[in-house]
Design a protein. Structure first.
Lengths: 335, 343
């Protein structure tokens, strides 16, 4: 949780210094929901996420250097500078992407769960979505398929109360979002996202059920984002300072740190040591991103297609030459 | 006839049977291949393409879906990311629009957006076309939407042999491919090689008829029509038309098209879809760049009338691309008939 918090604070700083561009969706305040859900996963489980994805990627074990490198648009980034903030990915870690279209990742996650079922693997998929995604057609279609096909998937709804600036109550006919699972005769439940251990326990139970019994579920985690929808949104037009202050009193890091101390599960010295280690790690990630080369313009069309012939053809493509035809066509015609 | 040289041993099949054979062979060859779509199982497919496959391969390999294109196309993409080779049937091309976000914003983006770290070996096969009084929402040919999109591949075979070989090539390819079939083509008959490894290279057009007077460029059922019209032009007007069947729309074989026009100096593009911003617009743009000095006449196009498809027979006939319209257009380009292209 601390790594995500400090990492994202650094991301905001770097964004203001214009070393990170594009859309950038921060999730400070949601760390309990993120870590509780993701740390319940086993190595072979797969995670899909929305575009508010930095924390989820880090929690699933994606290298902070690769995350920061991607935000900086460098070759060392998790998508080699092609994806940016919204499109982190690490296949080897079972992190199957940050996706930019609201609810669009849920049908894909159902497909990944279908592969698990097809191959009879012992694994499950978790797909993170925001509260507003539950109003999309893709939500309905994907969960319906998960239900009729008995797929091992948990739809993780991180309900941070707002879809951009629109409240859940204003946007949703059924604002208790976990109840929407009942439309598919699927189990749904709600948990307090500011309590990391409560999330961990609920997510673990539902993932186990998915993995062992092939039963899909919806887990709604109620949480809050301190920052705006993206860095371009101050986050103040649609909510009050009082509301934000109230939520900060229930900060997931604060709650957990206090519990560790109260229950003597950690000492202040240990907590301070973690803080120092994490700050150092984030500094290193920035250094690694800075040291990583920018992708050369000559690589513009790399990674477009996978087969060797197309790869070869497109490797010769220059900007404005859609199929590399200068070489293929004009040379072919003897011109 | 296809440019694919018939192997010593071939079988006469309909286009529909050739697609079915291709699916069956790939299901037998690779356990990661599975079919998914509406009514493809017990019902045996809306157009009976998958007839018998459910019985042979069972409900896991031939997966019936609810009417839920966005959901099951997306599920196909996710399964493909994990290394399976889904072949998703969309009942007709018209219905893919509700899955457009999944195809264009997801499948087509995956490899590039994630820097080559993951691929999407997905095949979507679906028929386009009109001409049977199916009217406005069921007669469309917008393969161009997908051919417009980097990251996609699009093929549109017109013969049984190509339907067989291009489908198999698509299933073996590592990227998302739309295989455009055609309602009129399903009953076309032709020779198909008796070879379970018969594949047709994606991205290569075929010269299906040689000639020196004009090049007719077409794909899908329009290529079948173009061949018929070429025979008619020979018989009735002594004109030798060359026919280029594009077969693949993305990648597009500009080289084969251009070489033909270098020889014939005249070009007519035929597309069952609307011409405006269409496949034929792209071909014309490419030809004028590659063959600027070769052209003896403006490049012309024949397409669907710029209206939603009407129902009444004579209105439909007036709207669709038919042999008479192609013939009149070709004669116009050749200067042997009235100008049909004046606005």
């Amino acid at each position: 949780m601390l790594l995500i918090r400090i990492f994202e604070e650094e991301v905001e700083r770097q964004y203001k210094r214009a070393r990170i561009g594009g859309y950038c969706h921060l999730a400070s305040g949601q760390e309990g929901a993120t870590v509780g859900a993701v740390h319940s996963m086993q190595d072979e489980d797969l995670l899909f996420s929305s575009y508010r994805t930095h924390g989820l990627a880090l929690a699933k074990g994606v290298d902070p250097d690769a995350v920061m490198g991607e935000l900086f648009g460098r070759e060392g980034g998790s998508a080699h500078g092609r994806g940016g903030s919204m499109h982190l990915l690490d296949f080897s870690r079972g992190f199957l992407g940050g996706w930019g279209i609201v609810a669009g990742q849920l049908p894909l996650a159902v497909g990944a769960a279908l592969e698990i079922s097809y191959k009879d693997k012992r694994a499950a998929v978790m797909c993170e979505l925001g509260d507003a995604a539950t109003n999309m057609g893709a939500w309905h279609e994907a969960l319906n398929l998960a239900a009729i096909w008995d797929l091992p998937i948990v739809a993780l709804v991180l309900n941070n109360r707002y879809g951009m600036g629109t409240t859940v109550e204003k946007a949703s006919g059924e604002p208790e979002l976990y109840k929407r699972a009942s439309a598919f005769r699927m189990h749904g439940e709600r948990v307090d996202g500011q309590d990391v251990e409560a999330v961990l326990s609920a997510a673990d139970r539902l993932l186990t059920r998915a993995r062992e019994e092939r039963k899909p579920a919806v887990l709604e985690v109620v949480t809050y984002r301190y920052r705006g929808h993206s860095v371009a949104d101050a986050g103040t037009a649609y909510r009050t300072q009082e509301e934000m202050d109230e939520w900060k009193k229930r900060d997931p890091l604060l709650i957990y740190r206090q519990r560790l101390l109260d229950e003597r599960r950690a000492t202040q010295a240990q907590i301070d040591a973690i803080q120092a280690r994490v700050e150092k790690r984030v500094e290193q990630a920035v250094e690694a991103a800075e040291a990583s080369p920018e992708p050369p313009v000559s690589s513009l069309s790399q990674h477009l297609y996978g087969d060797p012939a197309s790869r070869e053809q497109f490797s010769r493509m220059s900007p404005g030459s859609p199929f590399g035809e200068r070489e293929l066509v004009l040379e072919g015609l003897g011109r | 006839m296809s440019a694919t040289a018939p192997a010593p041993s071939t079988t006469t099949l309909t286009y529909r049977e050739a697609v079915r054979l291709g699916l069956r062979e790939e299901l037998l060859r690779d356990e990661d291949v599975f079919l998914m779509g509406e009514e493809i199982g017990v019902f045996e497919g809306s157009y009976k393409v998958t007839a018998g496959l459910f019985r042979e391969f069972g409900p896991i390999r031939v997966r019936e879906t609810p009417i839920s294109e966005e959901g099951f196309v997306g599920a196909g993409i996710g399964a493909a990311m994990m290394g399976l080779r889904p072949v998703v049937e969309i009942m007709t091309l018209n219905f893919i629009l509700v899955a457009m976000d999944q195809v264009v914003n997801h499948a087509a983006k995956i490899r590039y957006m994630f820097g080559g770290e993951v691929g999407c070996p997905l095949v979507i096969r679906t028929p386009n076309g009109g001409g049977s009084q199916l009217t406005a929402q069921h007669s469309q040919s917008f393969e161009v939407f997908f051919a417009h999109t980097p990251g996609m591949k699009v093929v549109a075979p017109s013969t049984p042999a190509d339907a067989h070989g291009l489908l198999k090539a698509a299933i073996r390819d590592d990227d998302p491919i739309l295989v455009v079939e055609n309602l009129q083509s399903y009953k076309v008959r032709g020779e198909v090689p008796n070879d379970p490894d018969h594949v047709v290279e994606i991205g290569k057009a075929a010269i299906t008829r040689e000639g020196g007077d004009i090049t007719l460029v077409a794909h899908s059922f329009a290529a079948t029509r173009a061949l018929r019209v070429a025979e008619r032009l020979k018989r009735d007007h002594g004109v030798n038309a060359e026919v280029v069947d594009l077969r693949s729309l993305r990648p597009l074989d500009v080289e084969t098209v251009s070489k033909s026009i270098q020889k014939t100096n005249r070009a007519l593009c035929v597309d069952e879809g609307w011409a405006t911003y269409g496949i034929s617009a792209e071909i014309a743009a490419r030809i004028q760049r590659a063959c600027f000095d070769d052209l003896d006449a403006p490049i012309e196009r024949v397409g669907l009338a710029e209206v939603p498809m009407p129902y009444a027979k004579q209105l439909e006939r007036a709207a669709i691309v038919n042999d008479d319209k192609i013939e009149a257009a070709a004669l116009s380009v050749l200067g042997l008939g009235p100008d049909v292209f004046s606005y």
